[in-house]
Ligand binder design. Structure first.
Ligand code: SF4
Length: 112
């Protein structure tokens, strides 16, 4: 069983493969292939009748099956950093902030 801290380390390490990818390329990938882009385009709120979802649950539902989750997460960490809000990259903002701390340290050469 992976504890949360180990999980955030694993996610941040997985993002290393995008370190050299320019922002505009990531943006193109996410806006072209992101599973939620229909929501952004139509400004619709998804409805799950009878359900009060936490951010983590909403992230899991909205991002389920999205093929560009890691690219989305990388872009969000770069652009919003610790100020990240909402559901991006299949993670709640609380989880993204935890990943951001590790991700930033890795990018600054503080790899474990
Ligand atoms: S990971 Fe989630 S928020 Fe990001 S593009 Fe995919 S569906 Fe949208």
């Amino acid at each position: 069983m992976v504890n949360p801290d180990e999980y955030f380390q694993v996610v941040a390490a997985d993002l290393d493969r995008f370190a050299e990818v320019p922002d505009n390329v990531l943006l193109e990938i996410v806006t072209t292939d992101g599973a939620c882009m229909w929501l952004v385009a139509t400004d619709e709120e998804p409805e799950w009748p009878g359900e009060e979802l936490t951010d983590r649950e909403a992230a899991a539902k909205i991002c389920a099956g999205c093929s560009v989750r890691r690219q989305c997460l990388e872009l969000e960490l770069r652009t919003a950093g610790a100020e990240t809000l909402g559901v991006w990259g299949a993670l709640s903002e609380e989880d993204r902030r935890a990943v951001y701390t590790v991700w930033r340290a890795r990018r600054q050469g503080e790899r474990p």
